[in-house]
Design a protein around this ligand. Structure first.
Ligand SMILES: O=C(O)CCC(=O)C(=O)O
Ligand SMILES: [Mn+2]
Length: 126
């Protein structure tokens, strides 16, 4: 069912989505971001996918980060969500287009990744 990515990756993402209430998620894309200390991701919406009915499943590896989860407008207040190695965040449904970002990564060392954070977002690109 997931010809474009390792089977286990697709299964992990589908299971996480189902646990969050989005059954039947069949990701066909995985965007991988690598953050070095100081790197950040400014508030944005994930709009490159054709199908907004599918959720986003985000897997964090390595150094911890602070995820900002906002609202439907860039100026809406944000919630700070600490993400550590192995965390999986899912947003979908009415939250699918909420603004989000990542604060500047703090310096550190992680056994799995060394001096960086790696994030995988599983998506249904369409
Ligand atoms: O690194 C993260 O936790 C979020 C990544 C993200 O929002 C994206 O790649 O669009
Ligand atoms: Mn995003």
């Amino acid at each position: 069912p997931w010809p474009t990515m390792p089977r286990r990756f697709g299964e992990l993402a589908a299971r996480a989505a189902a646990q969050a209430g989005y059954s039947g998620f069949a990701p066909d894309a995985c965007l991988i971001n690598r953050y070095e200390p100081g790197a950040r991701l400014s508030l944005h919406q994930d709009r490159n996918e054709r199908d907004f009915s599918a959720p986003i499943v985000s897997v964090s590896l390595g150094l911890p980060a602070v995820f900002l989860f906002g609202g439907g407008r860039r100026s809406d207040p944000t919630t700070r969500v600490p993400l550590v190695h192995g965390d999986v965040a899912v947003w979908g449904g009415p939250s699918r287009l909420r603004y989000h970002g990542v604060l500047a990564l703090k310096d550190g060392e992680h056994a799995a990744t060394g001096n960086c954070r790696i994030n995988l977002t599983f998506r249904r690109a369409g």
